[in-house]
Design a protein around this ligand. Structure first.
Ligand SMILES: CC(=O)N[C@@H](CCCN)C(=O)O
Ligand SMILES: [Zn+2]
Ligand SMILES: [Zn+2]
Length: 381
């Protein structure tokens, strides 16, 4: 059999070599077009048809590759983008795939370009002529920021696979549920003045103190009311992630900022959280309304849970000989569930995602290929 695409290592190297950083900092945010074109070319060589969608008002693209016709089948999805990196903390070149001590190092090796390399390797060996249901390969944009790629995908494609697998790094554990993610920034605009006469100004740090008291009340309330035993952290969490403000010791602080996130468990909706935050801060907002600005940092992601009783989930659990479980981080699954039951299953550990010298342990490669083969033969042959 003549191989139509380069070797696994060559493909992996070529995918890592193309920077696809997505960031809210426009100075470092990059288009993923070259990556999407490279992936498309590989899949084209494997006789897939390719649809590339430009995501409006961005320089980003989704790719949907398809082989086979009709309804059902399997969709394998990965995001094309990576987080940015701090060159002061990396000891290796992030864009050169480096294999050493049984690890593949590089930006995106585990989160999550390695999944695409495994997919292409498996597809280069299957007998395309015998497939009975479609195989889809989806590469989305901007998962690491606003998930605009996943949201646009479901608006711009009408397909009905039987199952979707997102290849995020789960150490090849099967994930059927995860928490959501809401992120906020609160800015308090006080009134400066000489600190010797505090009543001469409005101290924004004191207002923030009142806000923090209410938010920490809410944190305790959520933990008590929305327990979910399937999670290793079995309740919604709140993380106060950033605080900034102030200046000279003898000046009343007139501006400070707080950023925080909330990760809701399934059963706690985004709307419920918005209402709870508003209720908790109501009295402070009434008193200081024009001095407090609350805004979303990132687009919110709902919590996700696909029931164990779902037919596709039962097939995949049996195939992998695994019970699916819940994780505390979030993925694009809530957007995909609108078109098919979605599971998360991918090579490598989340512990290496977003870290300096990110790597994928080589021992994940063969088991990943084995599972992908089983999934394709189960859903598409
Ligand atoms: C896998 C992963 O790290 N997902 C990110 C997505 C954040 C979406 N705004 C997280 O859970 O923090
Ligand atoms: Zn990821
Ligand atoms: Zn990530």
């Amino acid at each position: 059999m003549i191989r139509k695409i380069p070797s696994f290592i060559e493909i992996y190297k070529s995918l890592i070599k193309i920077p696809t950083i997505s960031s809210t900092n426009q100075l470092i945010d990059q288009s993923n077009k070259n990556f999407i074109d490279l992936l498309s070319n590989y899949l084209c060589d494997l006789k897939f048809s390719i649809k590339i969608d430009h995501i409006p008002n961005t320089n980003k693209f989704n790719m949907l590759a398809r082989i086979g016709s009709g309804y059902g089948g399997l969709l394998l999805s990965g995001h094309s983008d990576t987080v940015d990196f701090d060159e002061n903390t990396w000891t290796k070149n992030p864009f050169i795939l480096t294999e050493s001590d049984n690890k593949f190092y590089g930006l995106g090796t585990v989160d999550m370009k390695g999944f695409f390399a495994c997919i292409l390797e498996v597809l280069s060996f299957i007998d395309i002529k015998k497939i009975k249901k479609p195989i889809y390969i989806l590469a989305t944009a901007n998962e690491e920021t606003d998930m605009s790629g996943a949201k646009y995908f479901i608006q711009s494609n009408i397909i009905q696979p039987d199952c979707i697998i997102i290849g995020e790094p789960t150490s090849l554990e099967l994930i059927n549920a995860h928490k959501g993610h809401l992120s906020y920034s609160i800015e308090i605009i006080g009134k400066t003045g000489h600190s010797s006469n505090p009543d001469n100004g409005i101290n924004s740090i004191e207002i923030l103190h009142n806000i923090l008291e209410k938010l920490l009340d809410l944190k305790i309330y959520l933990k008590k009311k929305y327990q979910h035993k399937n999670f290793s952290v079995p309740y919604p969490t709140m993380n106060l992630s950033y605080i900034n403000g102030g200046g000279a010791i003898n000046r009343i602080c007139s501006l400070c900022t707080l950023n925080f996130e909330i990760r809701p468990t399934p059963g706690l909706t985004l709307t419920q959280i918005e209402i709870l935050i508003q209720a908790k801060l109501q009295s402070i907002m009434t008193r200081w309304s024009n001095r407090i600005v609350i805004k979303k940092l990132f687009a919110s992601v709902p919590a996700y849970e696909c029931c164990h009783t779902n037919k596709a989930i039962k097939i995949v659990e049996k195939l992998c000989n695994l019970n699916s479980k819940a994780v505390n981080y979030c993925t694009e699954a809530p957007f995909f569930e609108k078109i098919a039951p979605t599971l998360i299953l991918g090579p490598g550990s989340i512990e290496q995602a977003h870290q300096p010298d990110e790597y994928l342990d080589t021992f994940f490669i063969q088991p990943t290929k084995n599972i992908l083969n089983k999934l394709i033969y189960t859903f598409c042959y």
